[in-house]
Design a protein around this ligand. Structure first.
Ligand code: SF4
Length: 313
């Protein structure tokens, strides 16, 4: 559920467990199938890590999920927070789960004025969270603090009047709730400019699978030209190197897609092609596109554009 609201994630969760009711079902699935079920939810490394971990649990751990903190931490995609959350909620392990909400609650409750972006402060807060943990009810305690952070001790305008921690809360006592937690690092946002060429020929289009080392690994996309700055329509068309059998049908308006550290500005150039000879991309029928998982950005475009229309005029 990283960076995901429960109401947004729940239908995905339900479809996921219906498709893979047992860990062996997930372990035996292929990656395209897993990503298709995750399509549109973002943070796709979660799906790939779940898939990888299912294979480890099914094949190397005899289908038994680890029930120790160290065993949990060895699973791919499971960091200290997730290990503590699973360990305490599922197995009653006495470990505090410290996510962004808990950093906020703890820094206010204990009046910590050092930046929570510093490793030393994170450690201090994690130690304090473990000290105050009701060890015999660790799962409930962790869920309660996370929930308090999500609903009462919110980033802006915490509703201290409804908070059960109010009497001992340092930030409330000193009226410095709005100043805590202190953050020192500003997230750097990178702007990226994507120009997708959507070539259509005899009811087929060209797509490719995105590789490792960037966003959307394992998802599909149209042939992409990425540049560092926004281009004018004529500049884009020049870059395309159109063959004599190709005609630009239209250029979409700009789609903006925001990720946690990136802003993507994308345009789609719809092209009527005479042939796809010698193409290094996959040819697929437009009607079969729904078998493939695309990033939400591309699906937003597909919701606005009928691709086969180029062949009907
Ligand atoms: Fe947060 Fe206010 Fe509760 Fe303190 S009293 S923990 S600032 S909601």
């Amino acid at each position: 559920m990283q960076q995901t609201r429960v109401d947004q994630g729940l239908p995905y969760y339900e479809r996921f467990v219906a498709a893979f009711p047992k860990i062996e079902d997930l372990a035996n699935a292929n990656e395209d199938e897993v990503l298709k079920l995750w399509e549109g939810l973002g943070y796709y490394s979660r799906a790939r890590n779940l898939h990888f971990t299912a294979k480890v649990v099914a094949n190397e751990l005899d289908g038994t999920f680890p029930d120790t903190h160290i065993g949990l931490l060895e699973l791919k995609g499971v960091g200290p927070y997730t290990a503590a959350a699973i360990g305490s909620i599922c197995f009653g392990l006495p470990v505090a789960a410290v996510d962004g909400n808990v950093y906020r609650v703890m820094s206010r409750y204990f009046g910590i004025t050092e930046s929570i972006d510093e490793t030393a402060t994170k450690k201090q807060i994690t130690d304090l969270a473990n000290e105050v943990l009701a060890k015999q009810y660790a799962g409930n305690h962790n869920e309660a603090v996370m929930e308090l952070g999500a609903t009462v001790c919110s980033p802006a305008n915490p509703t201290c009047g409804e908070c059960p921690l109010q009497i001992r809360c340092k930030a409330f006592t000193e009226n410095i709730q709005s100043e805590l937690p202190v953050r020192s690092k500003k997230t750097k946002v990178r702007n990226r400019y994507f120009y997708y060429t959507v070539r259509v020929c005899n009811g087929e289009i060209l797509i490719s699978k995105r590789g490792a080392g960037d966003i959307w690994q394992g998802l599909y996309e149209f042939p992409l030209i990425e540049v560092d700055s926004r281009l004018e329509e004529l500049e884009i068309i020049k870059l395309l190197n159109l063959s004599s059998t190709e005609v630009v049908f239209n250029v979409s308006s700009e789609f903006k897609h925001i990720l946690s550290h990136q802003r993507i500005y994308a345009k789609f150039i719809l092209i009527k092609s005479g042939s796809f000879e010698d193409s290094k991309f996959m040819k697929v029928k437009v009607k079969k596109m729904s078998d493939f998982a695309f990033p939400r950005l591309i699906n937003r475009y597909l919701e606005t554009q009928n691709l086969v229309i180029v062949e009907e005029v």
